[in-house]
Design a protein around this ligand. Structure first.
Ligand code: AHR
Length: 531
């Protein structure tokens, strides 16, 4: 298997040596020492911090209950936004949050959610369980939330049931000078200065819930939105300019990718896009029917196999984009991805509530590693979704909050945000279960802005530790320190009563004659800083 920034290769291993050590178990495939070579002097792209983006839709309790509790709530909050969630998210350095949908976005009318409480309209969330949306959480509350967690706004405008004029007026409300009428309305609602909108999504799944548009019809609509939905914030110039994300691939389907990229190649001066989306969930079948809790190794291996298909999907769409855009000006934005399982028993199936287990932690790390290997094209992703929905970072129940195994992966990977990737080559080994064979180990490396070298390693094998010798070209390491995330079982979860069942603990490594000696526990993710 080839990697863009390195390749797995077979190496001769010192199994014979192991046999000579007192007490050593006979060498077997399970005991083999895997070699990882790290090449700090070879060129590689930067891993854009926006790859670690989040997605928060008006869906179930993703917003209401999960983020917004209202100013009068007994749950500690700042202007209605719950403080425990804000504090937890700040530790993730969330680069951007995509909002308000999802499918919800193509039925969202922004005027329903601005102004005094008495002006807010109560609407029906037709996509997600028919729940009533009080619109208490609207544009100004979202921007307050973004500010509180120290992130950036990725706003998805309504292409399906809205108009370019409505979307343009929304962008003016958010970004126009206070001297304009739109800016005055924003100021009257409490925010004089223009907001920053770093990304705008031009519709959502326009091939499906966003209107089932043919590719050509979408392209004609997309050009109007790309032209007229202007960001007026004078401070957003140069590299800070707002980026437009067009609707792209539905999983492996390529029609939208071809149509949008062809239009982009032939575009005239009056419109542009900076990114094209890809939506792909890990569900091993549709509709999602696999359990998110109380499963065994069959389900573990199956879902990890399914998630590794992300690599081929990105390669497929990138190859098409390369034909129209060899300079890679248009980014691939995987702005919906993650595990999607059967709804938890007793929950509203329209609320997409599922548990989050150690398996999801490995699944997240494997995808982040895949995105890193495609960092030249994949410059943004948004895991679905941030709180209480699908593969969440955080789960809440009224005043209670728990951090999921996936949350810890995002926290452990913070040093990789905007870090310069370092090419690696490694012997991945094999993990087999029934008819499924997967690589046993995955790895990426990067240097942060302080020059520190970081390694991230996944051991997929649920029964055997992986022994890895990491050899750093040109700079023999003397030690490494970091954290490892593992637990007793592949389906271990954190609950409100046992919140630390899957939590990171310290991991260190010392150097031997062959480099760093890393002992990766079964079913684990490790992130280490190399000295
Ligand atoms: O994330 C849940 C839904 O999945 C989103 O609303 C939609 O875009 C996708 O189909």
């Amino acid at each position: 298997m080839k990697h863009r920034i390195g390749s797995r290769r077979a190496v001769l291993l010192c199994a014979g040596l192991l046999l000579t050590l007192p007490g050593a178990r006979p060498a077997s495939a399970d005991d083999a020492v895997l070699e990882l070579r790290v090449h700090p002097s070879r060129p590689a792209p930067t891993l854009d911090r926006n790859v670690f983006g989040q997605f928060a839709e008006h869906l179930g309790t993703g917003i209401y209950g999960g983020v917004w509790v209202g100013k009068d709530s007994p749950i500690p909050n700042v202007r209605g936004i719950r403080s425990d969630v804000v504090n937890a998210l700040r530790a993730l350095h969330v680069p951007n949050v995509r909002w308000p949908g999802g499918c919800f976005g193509d039925e969202y009318h922004w005027r329903d959610g601005i102004g005094p409480a008495a002006h807010r309209r109560v609407t029906v969330n037709a996509n997600w369980g028919g729940a009533l949306d009080p619109n208490s959480f609207g544009t100004d509350e979202f921007m307050d939330f973004i500010d509180q967690i120290g992130s950036n706004a990725y706003v998805s405008v309504n292409v399906g049931s809205g108009t370019p004029a409505e979307a343009a007026a929304w962008m003016a409300y958010m970004t126009a000078d206070p001297a304009t009428s739109a800016g005055q309305e924003r100021a009257a609602n409490g925010h004089r200065a223009p907001y920053r909108v770093q990304f705008v999504g031009l519709g959502n799944e326009s091939w499906g819930c966003g209107g089932a548009m043919t590719p050509d019809y979408y392209v004609s609509q997309m050009k109007l939105y790309a032209r007229f939905v202007r960001n007026y914030n004078a401070a957003q110039t140069g590299s800070d300019a707002m980026r437009r994300v067009a609707v792209g691939a539905d999983g492996a389907k390529t029609e939208y990718v071809e149509a949008v990229m062809k239009a982009w190649q032939e575009k005239v001066w009056s419109w542009d896009i900076e990114a094209l989306s890809l939506h792909s969930y890990t569900s091993a079948g549709w509709p999602p029917a696999h359990p998110s809790e109380k499963f065994g190794e069959d389900e573990y291996a199956l879902l990890l196999k399914d998630t590794l298909a992300m690599d081929g999907l990105i390669a497929r769409h990138s190859a098409i984009m390369d034909r129209y855009d060899p300079q890679k000006k248009v980014a691939l934005a995987v702005d919906e991805w993650g595990a999607w399982y059967a709804p938890l028993a007793g929950t509203n199936p329209g609320f997409l509530v599922q548990q989050n287990s150690l398996r999801d932690a490995l699944l997240a790390a494997l995808n982040l590693d895949i995105f890193a290997r495609h960092a030249d094209r994949v410059r943004m992703t948004n895991i679905a979704q941030m709180i209480n929905v699908l593969q969440a970072m955080i789960m809440t129940d009224h005043e209670k909050m728990v951090l999921t195994p996936t949350y810890y992966i995002y926290r452990m990977y913070v040093p990789f945000q905007d870090a310069r990737l370092v090419p690696v080559e490694f012997e991945a080994g094999r993990y087999s279960h029934g008819s499924i064979t997967l690589p046993r180990v995955d790895a990426i490396a990067a240097r942060d802005s302080h020059g520190t070298l970081w390694l991230a390693l996944v051991n997929l094998d649920p029964d055997h530790p992986a022994h890895v010798h990491a050899i750093i070209d040109g700079a023999p390491p003397h030690s490494a320190q970091g954290q490892v995330l593992t637990a007793a079982a592949v389906d271990s979860v954190n609950t409100f009563t046992a919140p630390e069942t899957v939590a990171p603990r310290a991991l260190g490594a010392t150097a031997g004659a062959h480099g760093l000696i890393l002992d990766l526990p079964p079913k684990s993710v490790s992130v280490l800083q190399v000295q």
